[in-house]
Design a protein around this ligand. Structure first.
Ligand code: NAD
Length: 290
């Protein structure tokens, strides 16, 4: 069954995701603060509207792909989107938001607006968004998730990982791992090159050895060695995700010395790099710092 989807947040990830939904036969009504993003939605066959509120009245599914929890809350509660959601529609926060904030937001939406919230953050980057190969980590009530699974399946593989907030918790932990792998890989690549090893050769051997990760398989060969640094995932967004994960550890009373150390280095990099830096520029920063 084809749905009308409201899509709010048409950035690096949101625009290609909305485009896939359109290609999959869904009607997409979208909003972004950026005029350029609005124009691109129209080019892709979607309908841009003047405010976030205007996007939702006809939608069975309301997808948010925004920078963080604070903005998700503002859009839903202060900008009045939640007031306009039709009965029985489901709100899906696909942003990488804070799990505990998501739980509270879900309660507010249920009690004040009779609306279900599903969290469904993603991994797989801009490439995964373009190709519909994202890993989608969903949290929320099974009946609510069931209403949106067919549409989400156009974007990637959906796994329900628990109740509302569970997807956001897993996503933050994934990114803490991913960021820490990237930092560790960058240190090792730097040391190897200083010793005289060829970086291409290093990667090809590491990729059939136990030190491999998404950083050796994807980030180093595709964005760092070619010096393009154009993964489409901002360094500041990565730092946000890492802090969500270490914050969660603190809330759970669990020490995370490795994660904390990794966050400190990434924050230092964020201070020194331009606001628009790609997260893969951590490798360049580390090399310059050394
Ligand atoms: P982005 O900065 O490219 O896009 C965010 C968009 O939200 C922008 O177009 C911005 O104009 C819009 N926006 C901000 N405030 C708004 C508001 N109040 N109303 C309407 N639009 C508003 O970010 P992105 O890379 O697309 O990431 C979006 C989310 O997905 C983040 O939570 C990020 O951590 C997560 N994520 C990103 C990637 C990636 O590879 N880029 C991968 C997985 C998850």
């Amino acid at each position: 069954v084809k749905a009308t989807v409201a899509f709010i947040g048409l950035g690096n990830m949101g625009l290609p995701m909305a485009t896939r939904l359109i290609s999959g036969g869904h009607s997409v009504v979208g909003f972004d603060l950026s005029e350029e993003a609005q124009e691109k939605l129209a080019e892709a066959g979607g309908l841009p509207v003047a405010t976030a509120r205007d996007a939702v009245p006809a939608a069975q599914i309301v997808i948010l792909m925004l920078p963080n929890s604070a903005i998700v809350e503002t859009v839903l509660l202060r900008d009045g989107v939640a007031d306009k959601v039709q009965e029985g529609a489901v709100v899906v926060d696909m942003s990488s938001s804070e799990p505990l904030a998501t739980r509270e937001l879900a309660n507010v939406l249920r009690e004040r607006h009779a609306v279900d919230l599903v969290d469904a953050p993603v991994s797989g980057g801009v490439k995964g968004a373009v190709n519909g190969t994202l890993t989608i980590m969903a949290g929320g009530r099974e009946d609510a998730l069931a209403k949106v699974t067919a549409a989400l399946a156009v974007l990637g593989r959906v796994t329900r990982v628990g109740d509302v907030g569970a997807g956001h918790a897993l996503k933050a932990l994934n990114n803490l791992l991913s960021a820490t792998h990237l930092l560790a890989t960058s240190e090792a690549m730097l040391a190897g090159q200083l010793f005289g090893l060829d970086p291409q050769l290093m990667l090809s051997v590491l990729n059939s050895s136990s030190g491999r990760s998404g950083s050796t398989e994807n980030k180093w060969p595709n964005f760092i060695l070619p010096q393009t640094y154009d993964s489409g995932f901002g360094l500041r967004l990565m730092v946000k995700d890492m802090k969500i994960a270490t914050g969660l550890c603190q809330q759970l009373g669990l020490p995370s010395p490795l994660g904390e150390g990794s966050v400190r280095l990434w924050e230092e990099a964020a201070e020194h790099l331009p606001a628009t830096a790609d997260h893969t520029e951590i490798a360049r920063w580390l090399s310059d710092k050394s």
